[in-house]
Design a protein around this ligand. Sequence first.
Ligand code: CP3
Length: 344
Amino acid sequence: MENDNFLRACWRKEAEYTPAWFMRQAGRYLESYRKVRTEHDILTICKTPELAAKVAVEAAEQLGVDAAILFADIMLPLEGMGVGFKIVEGVGPQIDNPIRSMEDVENIGQLDPRKHVPFVLDAIGLIKNQIGDRIPLIGFSGAPFTLASYIIEGGPSRDFIESKKMMYGQPAVWARLLTKLSEMVAEYLQAQIRAGVDAVQLFDSWSGCLSPSDYEEFVLPYSRTIFDKLEGKGVPRIHFGVGTAGILKMMRRAGGDVFGVDWRIPIDEAWALLGDVAIQGNLDPATLLGNPGLIESRAKEILVRIGGRPGHVFNLGHGVLPQTQPENLRNLVGFVHSSTTRKR
Ligand code: CP3
């Protein structure tokens, strides 16, 4: 690999400089993406490997980042399992028939990646062909809890009341649902690895809404089965969530080689809690809406707190906001690279 700095950082090896990529780096803030979006809706882009590859590769190239990420959505594998949904612009996923009972859960089928998500595997092949050996490609899946929250609530949620009601009031239904989802996610990520991704990220975006005890009892065992199945496959496993400062130690027990943290905790404190794993993230995406001086000072603070210790992947604490100026992200990548390049 020409630029393996991202993979080196994931394995906590010395890198030429601190690698950077951004969650949601292919999205509406980019002119080239908006152009594709005027002609196709988001799910059509996801289900057309040529389009998915185009937006993924263009984003990585325009930003000068050290990794590409598959263009897909966490909801995609659910459709083939019988959970229908739409993606509503500015809102997020909307489930046709929210899952609330054991009967609903029993009706969810098994994922056969080649049959249900061939477009994802084909997009991976195309992206790998197009980026060649220049940079690695990250595959991903939603985590069981985050997927369950969408399919139980029926859409995005602030309080996750229906999900918590199921955990506490129908624990057997919860256990069956999370078991099915974790089996699906493990199959899905293994299929992505066979198709050629160089790293995988588990997006447990909403697990930060849980108390440590609820995370431990209702989420940890399921996420752990996924990380266990992916161990020893030669690809780093990234474990990401938002608002997770209070559950980082438990997330660590669930597994992962790299941990994605948001901006509500100083990155060195998060790293101290996590121990000997790699760390990613931490810059508030809203920082990018500030002026160049502000952006550099917040980025520098992260680099100072890391202090050159191997095992740091520069990223935001959550996805790029649609209001972001692409120029600010490009300059940020340049700033991170130039201020961490090892002097020979
Ligand atoms: O990072 C990348 O460049 C890859 C692309 C990517 C998408 N979805 C494409 C997308 C990734 C990694 C995802 C994952 C995803 N999808 C997550 C986990 C990451 C996170 O943000 O926490 C979640 C929770 C979803 C569910 C989802 N899909 C939401 C909340 C939305 C936003 C709705 C909106 O209009 O703002 C989507 C739609 C979606 N998926 C977009 C993109 C680029 C929005 C742009 C569009 O409609 O074209």
